[in-house]
Design a protein around this ligand. Structure first.
Ligand code: ADP
Length: 214
């Protein structure tokens, strides 16, 4: 099962990813977490340089860089999916929202994401917070804000593109679950678990039926 946790910076992705992984582990499941950007990778290092620099970079180059950083793990994600639960903190859905918010063509972005060889998630949990909340939480956490995090206009635009992806039901099959990310960590965790466990049960039932038939 592939679960994707989405939302702007400070929406609580890392917090909820960790809690969800622990919950699945406590149920005896094999869990693998992937977080993007992957700052340990070569592409991730370039992304970090860009985020903490001031040089303008063409949005086409940015899109490729962010998508490549994820596609390098395509086989690992597929393997982990076969063995258990995969939790992705950001995915191509982030790449689309952030780069289209900076002018990349939305249809081209969706096409590239779909032909990247990356598997589609079974559920996308979207943590909704306002741009003010996003910035406030990052500043409160004592982080040095990067060029995305401190740009309120960009965050506003990213929020619009997340909404567009949700309205378009990208990449299909009604995968998005919108969660109000402004509530307490515990309330959010509870709602995520309710939604995710429903999908997990559906997938397990389907697998069991398939096994019976063979
Ligand atoms: P992201 O991974 O989306 O950037 P984090 O999980 O790192 O977000 O959270 C950013 C900051 O906000 C952290 O200091 C975290 O403790 C705090 N935080 C996370 N969820 C909540 C919440 N529901 N309410 C208040 N603060 C939160």
């Amino acid at each position: 099962m592939i679960i994707c946790i989405e939302g702007v910076d400070g929406s609580g992705k890392s917090t909820q990813t960790e809690l969800l992984a622990k919950k699945f582990e406590s149920e005896g499941k094999n869990v693998k977490v992937f977080s993007y950007p992957d700052y340990e990778s070569d592409t991730g290092k370039k992304i970090k340089e860009y985020l903490h620099g001031t040089e303008p970079v063409e949005v086409k180059t940015l899109f490729k860089m962010y998508l490549d950083d994820i596609t390098k793990d395509a086989e690992k994600i597929k393997e982990a999916d076969k063995k258990g639960v995969v939790i992705l903190s950001r995915y191509y859905t982030s790449t689309i929202a952030y780069q289209c918010a900076q002018g990349y063509d939305y249809n081209e972005a969706k096409k590239k994401a779909l032909s990247s060889g990356l598997p589609a998630p079974d559920i996308i949990v979207y943590l909704g917070v306002t741009s003010q909340e996003s910035m406030y939480r990052k500043m409160k956490g004592g982080f040095v804000l990067d060029r995305h995090e401190r740009n309120v206009f960009l965050i506003e635009n990213v929020l619009k593109f997340y909404r567009k992806e949700m309205d378009d039901n990208f990449p299909g099959n009604k995968k998005w679950i919108a969660v109000n990310g402004s509530r307490s960590i515990e309330e959010i965790q509870k709602q995520i678990w309710e939604e995710v466990s429903k999908v997990a049960a559906r997938i397990e039932n389907k697998a069991a039926r398939k096994k019976l038939r063979t």
